[in-house]
Write a protein that binds this ligand. Sequence first.
Ligand code: UDP
Ligand code: MN
Length: 476
Amino acid sequence: MRNVGIQCFFCGSLTFGICTALLFLCFHYNQVSKWQEQPREVNAALLDEKLQQHISRGSRKTPTSHVRVQRPHKDETKEQRPLLKLNKDFNYTDLEVVHGFLKYGFNVVISKSLGNERHVPDTRNKMCRKKHYPARLPTASIIICFHNEEFNALFRTVSSVMMLTPHRILEEIILVDDMSEFDDLKEKLDYHLEIFRGKIKLIRTNKREGLIRARLIGASRASGDVLVFLDSHCEVNKVWLEPLLAAIREDHRMVVCPVIDVIDSRTLEYQPSPLVRGTFNWNLQFKWDTVFPYEVEGLEGPTRPIRSPAMAGGIFAMKRHYFNELGQYDKDMNFWGGENLELSLRIWMCGGQLFILPCSRVGHINKEHIVNRTGVTRAVTYNNLRLVHVWLGEYKEQVFLRRPRLRSIPYGNISERVELRKQLGCKSFQWYLETVFPELEDSKNSSKGKQIIFIYKGLKSPLLLQHKEKYKFGTS
Ligand code: UDP
Ligand code: MN
C-alpha cells in the first residue's frame, strides 16, 4: 500500500514537472520567436488585411486542384504534425506532398511537374512595356546561393535567368552550393548545368557558411559590373534586369530591388504583388508597408521607383565596386538574417540610396518554414545585435526597452565594423530616422518605454515633402 502511495506521489510529481517544463518552454519560445526571422519577402504587417492576404498568401486566386481541405486528426503521423501549423487548405494525405513540405517548405509534387522551366505571367504594369532602356548597360553577375534546395526550383531559377536575360548584359551566373547534403545537387546538377556552359560558375563551399558568407564567396568570384543576388527558388519576369541596370548606370550608389512577386508555396502559382516599400519595427523585424500616394503620382505613375527604408534581402542589385567600397556584408554575421537591415542602414546612412523598381519583377517561393529553426533564431539574434551596436547609437535603447534580455547576449567583436562606419563617414541613425524613415513607430505606442520622446514627432509631413524633392529619382 505504501509502495502504491509512493508510486502515485512519484507519478504525480513527474507529471507536474513535465507540465511545468512544457509551460516554461512554451513561454520561452514565445519570447524568442518575437526575434525570430520573419518571412522576409512577404510580411506586410502594416498593410490593410486584404492587401496583406494578397501578398502573403496570394489568396486572390483560387488554389489549384492539388490542394484539399483535409486536416490531420488525432492519429496523424509524427511527420504530419508540424504541418498543422499551416492551418489552411492542404492535402495532408499525400505523403510526398507532406514530406516535400517538411524538407523544402513548399509543394514538391507540383515543382516536379513544372520541371526545368515554365512560362510565368507578365505582371508588370502596362506602362512598363513602353519603357526603353539604354542600349549600353553595365553587365551583371547573378549570384545564387543554395543550401539543400529542391532541384527543380533551383533549376527553374537558373533557366528563367538564362531565358529572360539578354546575354550581352549577363556576364555570368554564379551558383554557390553552401554545403548541401542532398544527392541530386551533386553530379546530377553538374550534368544538367552543362547546357549553360560558359555562363555558369558553380562553387561548392567545403563547410556550411550560411547565406551571408556564401554570398561573399560568390561576390569575390564575380566579374560583372553589377552584382545581382537572387534566392535559389525564384523565377524572373520579362525585362527584369534592364530597369535595375539602367538605374545603377545613372547613379552608382543606387541599390535597387525588383518588386517581389509571390510564388505560392502550395500551388506554385505565380502571382503579382502590389507596390510596397520595405520597412521594419523596433524589434528589427522586416515588413512590407504601404507606399505614399505621391510615390505613384505624376507622369510615371505606378512605374515610378519607390524609395524604400529597407530591403527584404533576398533579391537586389548593386554595383560591384560599390558593394566592396561600402564594406560588403559583415562577415562575422552567422547563417541568415539581419544582414538585409544592416546593409539597408549602411546604404542610407553612408551616402547611398535604396529603391524598389516597379518595372522589374521577380517571383519568389514563399517557403513555409515549418520545422523548428533554433539555429537560425540564434543567428538572427546575434546578427541583429551586431547591427544594433554598430548602427543604432543611442537608439539601441529602444530595442533593449522592448527586449531587456538582449542586453546581456554576446555579439562578438564589432570593432572592424565600427571602424568601417567611421571611415565611410556615415551619418547618424537619428539622421536616418528624420530623413529616410520618420514613420518608424515610436515607443509611445508600446507599453514599454513610454518616457522616450522622439524628436521627429511632428516633423513628419514637412520632412516627407522636403525629401520628396531631395530624393527625386533620375528616371531612365
Ligand atoms: N541559404 C544558404 N545557406 C544557408 C541558408 C540559406 O545558401 O545557410 C540560401 C537558401 O538556399 C536560399 C537563400 O539562401 O537560396 C535564402 O534563404 P531562404 O530562402 O531560406 O530565406 P528567405 O527567403 O526565407 O528569406
Ligand atoms: Mn527565399
